[in-house]
Design a protein around this ligand. Structure first.
Ligand code: AFP
Length: 332
C-alpha cells in the first residue's frame, strides 16, 4: 500500500510544482479532510447542516459546515510556505496571505463544501481545489490578475468526496489517481492509479426538472439519451446534485454530466474557477472532455473570480455527440 505522502515523494517527478510544495500541500489536505470528515460524521448531532441566514457570493444560503470548512482551509493553507493567497466560493474577495503575498509562488481556488445542501440528507458532498503558479513576478504583491488565468494553467486539481468512504482524486498533469482515507491510520492510501473514463456511455446526469428552461438543442440531446434506438444499452439517468459525486460516478462508470444555462441561471450555474476548471482538468487527464457548449472549458479566459459557466463533462464520445447537438442550427 502506498500512502499519499510517499506517492508525492516518489512519483510525479515531472509535475510543475516543487516536490516539497506538493508534499506540504497534500499534508494540509489530509489534515483538513480529517476535520471536515469528523464534522460530517457527527453532523446530525449538531446544527452544522442547518441553513444559516448568511449567503455566499452567489446568493445561496450557507450552512455552518460551509463556514467551518472554509475557515479550516484558510487557517491551514496560510501555513503553507508558498501559497500566497486563495479564492473561495465562500469569500467575496480573494484572500491574500500577507506574509507571503510577495514571495509565495502559488495561488489556490477552493470550493470548501460542494453540494452542501445534500449534507442534511446524508448524501455525498465534496471539496474541490486547484492550484496555479502566480503570474506577477515573485517579490511583488499578488493581486486579482494572478487568479484570472485560464484552466489550462492549473498545476494541481482535485476533489475530495465524502461518501461511504472518503476519497481524494487529483491530477498533477500526468494522469489521475485516487486515494482512499484510511480511518484508523488517518491518512490517504493509493487505491487506483492512472484512472481513465471507461469505454462505455452508460449515464447522463442532469437536473431534468429544469427541462422546460433548456435550449431546444439540449432538449433534443436529452430525448436522444432516452431513445432506446440510439444506444446499444439504455442510457441511465443518474443525478445526485453534488457535482463531485455525479462526476465521480461518471468517471468510473462512463457517462456525461450536464449543467446548461437555464432561465434562472442565464450564464450557467456552476462556477468556472472552482468547480468547472478543476473537474475539466481531471476529466481531460482521464481521457474525457469538458466544454461550455462550443468551447473547451480549460481555454476560457476568466473575466472575474466568481464567474459561472454552462458545463458539460464526461466521456469523449458522449461530449462529442452532445457538441453536434449544440452546434445544430435550431432556434433556441
Ligand atoms: P455548492 O454546494 O458548492 O454551491 O455546489 C452546488 C452545485 O453547484 C453543484 O455541486 C451541483 O452539481 C449543482 O449545484 C446542483 O444544482 P441543482 O440543485 O440546481 O441541480
Amino acid at each position: 500500500m502506498i500512502s499519499l505522502r510517499k506517492f508525492i515523494f516518489h512519483h510525479n517527478n515531472n509535475s510543475l510544482i516543487e516536490k516539497e510544495d506538493a508534499y506540504s500541500f497534500f499534508t494540509i489536505i489530509e489534515s483538513v479532510t480529517k476535520i471536515i470528515r469528523n464534522h460530517i460524521s457527527g453532523g446530525y448531532t449538531s446544527s452544522i447542516f442547518q441553513k444559516k441566514d448568511t449567503q455566499n457570493i452567489h446568493g445561496e444560503n450557507q450552512i455552518e459546515l460551509d463556514i467551518i470548512a472554509n475557515n479550516s482551509f484558510k487557517d491551514m493553507l496560510k501555513t503553507h510556505k508558498n501559497i500566497a493567497g486563495i479564492a473561495s466560493e465562500e469569500e467575496k474577495k480573494i484572500i491574500i496571505f500577507k506574509e507571503k503575498e510577495k514571495y509565495g509562488k502559488y495561488i489556490l481556488f477552493i470550493d470548501p463544501v460542494d453540494g452542501s445542501l445534500n449534507a442534511n440528507v446524508n448524501i455525498p458532498i465534496g471539496t474541490i481545489f486547484s492550484i496555479y503558479s502566480r503570474i506577477t513576478p515573485i517579490g511583488t504583491a499578488i493581486n486579482e490578475q494572478d487568479f484570472l488565468q485560464s484552466g489550462n494553467q492549473q498545476i494541481i486539481a482535485g476533489y475530495i468526496l465524502y461518501g461511504a468512504a472518503t476519497i481524494l482524486v487529483f491530477t498533477m498533469r500526468f494522469g489521475v489517481n485516487i486515494f482512499t482515507y484510511h480511518p484508523s491510520h488517518e491518512i490517504f492510501m493509493l487505491s487506483r492509479k492512472n484512472v481513465k473514463f471507461p469505454n462505455s456511455d452508460n449515464i447522463y446526469s442532469i437536473n431534468e426538472g429544469n427541462y422546460h428552461f433548456f435550449s431546444k438543442n439540449i432538449k433534443k440531446y436529452i430525448r436522444y439519451c432516452k431513445n432506446p434506438n440510439n444506444a446499444k444499452i439504455p442510457i441511465s439517468s443518474r443525478y445526485v446534485g453534488s457535482l463531485v459525486a455525479d462526476f465521480h460516478r461518471n468517471l468510473l462508470q462512463g457517462g456525461i454530466y450536464l449543467y446548461p444555462n437555464t432561465k434562472s441561471h442565464i450564464y450557467g450555474k456552476l462556477r468556472l474557477m472552482y468547480e468547472c476548471n478543476p473537474i475539466a482538468f481531471i476529466a481531460e487527464e482521464a481521457s474525457g472532455r469538458a466544454i461550455n457548449g462550443n468551447t473547451r472549458i480549460l481555454d476560457i479566459v476568466p473575466k472575474f473570480i466568481h464567474q459561472c459557466s454552462p458545463f458539460f463533462s464526461g466521456t469523449t464520445s458522449m461530449v462529442e455527440i452532445l457538441k453536434k447537438f449544440i452546434s445544430t442550427n435550431t432556434n433556441n
